[in-house]
Write a protein that binds this ligand. Structure first.
Ligand code: SF4
Length: 237
């Protein structure tokens, strides 16, 4: 779907979030700053002028079988949330699914992963069990007609299916993530993108990965990451 870019709107989001993120990362540390940024992210999307056009509803889970990318800060934020909120039984189930998914996906590249449906380990009884801490990709994924998401789920090989989305929700959420990512990169933190299950499995198998991340070195020694530029980062150069 082609959209017309609202440049002043995107620039405002980039500049507001970048300034706040820069300050909070310095003053609170990167993980605490990210928790605050998550809350602003939700508020920003809820305030987007076209948010009322979204078809996304609680219990609709087609997209929870699609490939999810994350950055290290999200991985450690998720693991903190899991520690605080999930029961030991639920935690054991989630960790076992993470390891099984990671083994299944490990030899696939991005394109191949997109051609396979893999149930997210956090999807439980039709709900996201880490909703407050869900990845930025999940926060930004949305559609104005769930039929497109269903069609993509039913025919994962067909990468031409592109569910209709809300342009200002897309620009608002995308610019928010780009601004926080840029603030992290400017302060020397890893901003590589990793596949959700593989990154979680790497963090679980090596508890020192978090220390490395907080010390501004590569968190996941054996996991290839990809420092892709954000959709809107160039606008704020
Ligand atoms: S983290 Fe939550 S919202 Fe994201 S794919 Fe998993 S269950 Fe769905």
């Amino acid at each position: 779907m082609e959209i017309s870019l609202d440049v002043p709107f995107v620039l405002r989001v980039l500049s507001e979030e970048r300034a706040l993120a820069q300050r909070e990362i310095r003053e609170l540390g990167v993980l605490r700053a990210y928790e605050n940024s998550r809350e602003r992210h939700d508020a920003r999307i809820a305030a987007a002028p076209d948010v009322g056009t979204l078809a996304c509803r609680s219990g609709c889970t087609w997209c929870c079988h699609f490939s999810v990318d994350v950055r290290a800060v999200e991985v450690f934020g998720i693991l903190d949330f899991v520690e605080r909120t999930l029961t030991p039984e639920e935690k054991a189930r989630v960790f076992s699914e993470i390891r099984a998914n990671s083994a299944r996906l490990k030899d696939m590249d991005d394109m191949e992963r997109m051609r396979h449906n893999v149930k997210c380990p956090f999807l439980s009884a039709g709900r996201c069990s880490i909703y407050t801490a869900r990845p930025q990709t999940c926060r930004n994924y949305h559609a104005t007609d769930a039929a497109g998401c269903q069609a993509s789920y039913e025919d994962p090989e067909n990468l031409e299916i592109d569910p209709e989305f809300a342009p200002l929700v897309f620009q608002s959420g995308g610019a928010h993530v780009d601004a926080f990512t840029r603030a992290m990169r400017e302060q020397g933190y890893d901003t590589n993108v990793y596949e959700l299950n593989s990154a979680l499995a790497a963090a679980l198998s090596d508890p020192r990965s978090r220390d490395r991340f907080e010390a501004k070195s590569a968190p996941f020694k054996k996991l290839p990451g990809d420092d892709v530029p954000g959709e809107f980062e160039d606008l704020d150069a």
